[in-house]
Design a protein around this ligand. Structure first.
Ligand SMILES: Cc1cc2nc3c(=O)[nH]c(=O)nc-3n(C[C@H](O)[C@H](O)[C@H](O)COP(=O)(O)OP(=O)(O)OC[C@H]3O[C@@H](n4cnc5c(N)ncnc54)[C@H](O)[C@@H]3O)c2cc1C
Length: 323
């Protein structure tokens, strides 16, 4: 099994660690091995961390064009590693990069891809993957006729293995064959439209607002609650469309996929398109004036009422408990 090891600021990301744990368990079950592909422009120090977290071998490709994700450079380098590793499956985190990379890599290798999986299992020697479909209203189970099986896996679906510094493994340097003239785009500028804070994908607590907030000011109230709980703020699509909050806060089918321990949905009706992005949260709490709102079917706890009365009172209770 080959895991694409994503890094951020010189560290393996949480979702990449989850994939290593998943690959380790499956490989142990089938008597196989785990490899990790580490791409970058210097800084191969995390290779040891990948071994401690379950990899038997780390394929290290370093190149000036691999410093940050760029499909035209990463796809040929990864295709090369996949062939070298002769892997049966490739696991990639389901995020913006993974969603872009996985189908391109599958096409390059002449195989198939299953994106947005919540479960990866082995049955009679075949990979069997489960993923939500129809806007999160159903689940489909797929297996592959081609190899390697390529899957993007949603963050938060698997536990991270505790690092074991006693594990041994090897680091295999790869000379990536990248044609610089094949790079068709370049990053000109980066803009952040969200206030810096906890990343939605990493947040253990998310307070999300919908049309029921009735304006941008509602998000200031949610920010206070998120701050009191040490969490992040998200949104349904409507407030993003209306410009009440940054687009990057959108959670759902066409937004981000999140898996926090606690998801507080405020003034959100619970449409399938929204729940596709947050339905795997461990605990959902809904605050809504409409007792018939669909969100109450997914919520473990529900508050029927006006958020403007409930949330400020809730914040002061949280602060009292914290004090
Ligand atoms: C192809 C496609 C993709 C989509 N992708 C996404 C996506 O990624 N993410 C997403 O979220 N949506 C997405 N949508 C839109 C989705 O279908 C819904 O329209 C949207 O999620 C509804 O947002 P909402 O719950 O905020 O608004 P509404 O459905 O209007 O719900 C507002 C809720 O607020 C409650 N409310 C009103 N006042 C208060 C108050 N004072 N206090 C408490 N509660 C109150 C109401 O009772 C109501 O339940 C997509 C749609 C399509 C067609």
């Amino acid at each position: 099994m080959l895991v694409i090891a994503e890094t951020m600021q010189g560290k393996t990301t949480g979702p990449a660690c989850e994939l290593l744990g998943l690959a380790r368990r499956l490989a142990d079950q089938a008597g196989g091995t785990v490899a990790a592909a580490l791409l970058g422009n210097g800084g191969g120090v995390v290779a040891e961390e990948l071994i401690a977290r379950g990899a038997d071998r780390v394929y290290l490709a370093e190149h000036v064009l691999l410093g940050e994700y760029h499909a035209d450079a990463w796809v040929p380098a990864l295709a090369q590693i996949c062939r070298q590793a002769a892997c049966d499956a490739v696991l990639i985190s389901h995020n913006a990069m993974g969603s872009d990379l996985a189908p391109r890599l599958a096409f390059r290798l002449g195989t198939a891809v299953a994106t947005g999986c919540v479960e990866v299992a082995l049955s009679a020697g075949r990979f069997v993957l489960t993923r939500p479909c129809y806007g999160g209203n159903a689940r489909e189970i797929v297996s592959f006729k081609t190899a390697p099986a390529i899957a993007t896996v949603r963050p938060g679906c698997y536990d991270v293995l505790a690092p074991d510094s006693g594990r041994s493994g090897s680091v295999m340097p790869v000379q990536p064959e990248i044609d610089a003239t094949a790079i068709r785009t370049r990053i000109v500028e980066r803009k952040r439209d969200a206030a810096e804070g906890v990343r939605l994908e990493d947040a253990k607590v998310i307070v999300a607002g919908g049309r029921g907030l009735n304006g941008a000011n509602g998000f200031r109230v949610l920010e206070k609650l998120a701050h009191a709980l040490g969490g992040a703020v998200g949104a349904s699509r409507v407030p993003c469309d209306l410009g009440w909050c940054p687009r990057s806060w959108q959670i759902g089918l066409t937004g981000r996929t999140v898996t926090p321990d606690l998801y507080i949905a405020v003034g959100i009706s619970g449409a399938g398109h929204h729940m596709a992005g947050c339905g795997n949260a461990k605990t959902i709490v809904a605050v809504n004036t409409d007792p018939e709102a669909a969100i109450f079917k997914d919520a473990r706890y529900g508050v029927v009422g006006d958020y403007q009365r409930f949330i400020p009172a809730f914040i002061s209770e949280v602060q009292k408990l914290r004090d």
